[in-house]
Design a protein around this ligand. Structure first.
Ligand code: GAF
Length: 404
């Protein structure tokens, strides 16, 4: 009898801790109720067929020994999982893979991590691998980095694997550990509103990689392996040290890439300008170090049961992402400002930026008021109408085998 295993994995929003994961830092995402399911049936001819119920996602087929470049588009995330598993010696079989999902795509809610993790947990069960959730998260990241070619961190996959009802996931990227922290929104009279701005992702891939390279260069110039190694030092001390090492005139600081990390004008949707490398690097480092601290402060408040008090930290995170890390676009800034004006306790962009969604912490039953305020602000500026919905911290990935 052929066995079909169904893997199910959620998308995520990040409560706080943005662009910290690839710097060995802290992030605090939560799994959302929207999920992707992968129904996987073993095949014995060494090939994998992938299909989806979603329109525009064409079916495809590839060999189980696929290598980067074989498969592109949405199915590359599935092929990348087979590739990553085989890279570390897991002899996964060929399979029929059928995908269903209600995780919005293009909204910055990690539909790609949900896809990778749903396939990972299904294959883990089907092949009897018994992999740890964090190991599967890293394999999902490897699929994305090595097969799809996106230089992302592991936050999204860790959230999808470790999510839990009523909890956020404290991800420590240095130790690759996840701790589930209680986050009782409804008990505090709160809701978490998502505003998908529907802004197109502009320059997202190149700008993301440029930010990452600038941070790696900063760590290198500071003589440490990642910015996490200077997290315990006062931020001003680190920046002064950076100023000193960067004042050596003979060394070029520009990342060796077509996508230099640009300094000005301030918004990420502006044209690239010649980099003022020192000022840019300072700002990027300041964001990472202050953002890590905001994550730890948020966790402290959640643990103390002071959920309502985290709002200002969320808003400060957005300001830092707008002004120092420069990954926002007009739609994200307008949505945050309108949400705050309409009474949100805090609001920020979530995910990689350059488009996508914001989150707003709002009083119970105020989601419509805040959502309408954002819609009106968007209409005034001629932006596409945003999608709004609320989410609750939800369960992580799991696999289900048919009962006998
Ligand atoms: C994207 C990436 F996939 C994550 O790893 C993370 O870096 C995030 O952007 C920014 O915090 O979602």
């Amino acid at each position: 009898m052929t066995t079909t295993v169904t893997g199910s994995a959620p998308g995520r929003v990040n409560l706080i801790g943005e662009h910290t994961d690839y710097n060995g830092g802290f992030a605090l995402p939560l799994a959302i109720p929207q999920r992707t399911t992968a129904s996987v049936t073993a095949r014995d001819n060494g090939t994998v067929s992938v299909s989806s119920s979603a329109s525009g996602m064409e079916p495809t087929e590839f060999g189980v020994d696929t290598v980067p470049g074989d498969v592109t588009g949405w199915a590359a995330y599935v092929a990348g999982v087979f590739w990553a598993l085989r890279q570390v010696g897991h002899d996964v079989p060929g399979a029929d893979v059928r995908i269903d999902s209600d995780v919005p795509t293009g909204a910055g809610l990690s539909s790609s991590a949900a896809l990778e993790c749903s396939v990972l947990v299904a294959l883990d069960s089907l092949a009897g691998l018994k992999l740890e959730p964090s190991t599967m998260a890293l394999l999902g990241q490897q699929a994305e980095n090595g097969y799809v070619g996106a230089p992302t961190g592991a936050m999204d996959q860790m959230a999808s694997m470790h999510g839990r009802d009523g909890h956020v996931v404290l991800f420590d990227a240095a130790s690759v550990t996840a701790e589930q922290v209680p986050c009782d929104l409804s008990g505090a009279g709160l809701e978490l509103l998502i505003v998908d701005t529907r802004a197109p992702h502009r320059h997202a891939d190149g700008e993301y990689g440029a930010r990452r390279r600038t941070c790696e260069e900063a760590a290198h110039r500071l003589g440490v392996s990642s910015l996490r190694d200077v997290q315990d030092d006062p931020v001003d001390d680190v920046l002064s040290r950076l100023d000193r090492v960067l004042s050596t005139p003979s060394i070029s600081l520009s990342p060796p890439s077509a996508h230099a990390d640009s300094s000005a004008p301030a918004r990420a949707d502006a044209d690239e300008a010649p980099a003022d490398d020192v000022a840019v690097m300072r700002r990027r480092v300041r964001h990472v170090l202050t953002e890590n601290q905001r994550v730890l402060d948020t966790v402290g408040l959640l643990r103390a049961g002071r959920v309502r008090d985290i709002g200002p930290l969320l808003t400060a995170s957005h300001v830092s992402l707008r002004d120092d890390y420069q990954v926002t676009v007009a739609e994200l800034d307008v949505a945050v400002d309108a949400a705050l004006e309409a009474g949100a306790l805090g609001a920020r962009m979530t995910g990689g930026g350059f488009g996508g969604s914001i989150i707003a912490l709002v009083d119970t039953d105020q989601d419509h008021v805040v959502g309408d305020a954002v819609r009106e602000a968007f209409a005034r500026r001629g932006f596409t109408e945003p999608h709004t919905f609320t989410v609750v911290p939800s369960a992580g990935a799991s696999a289900r085998r048919p009962s006998r």
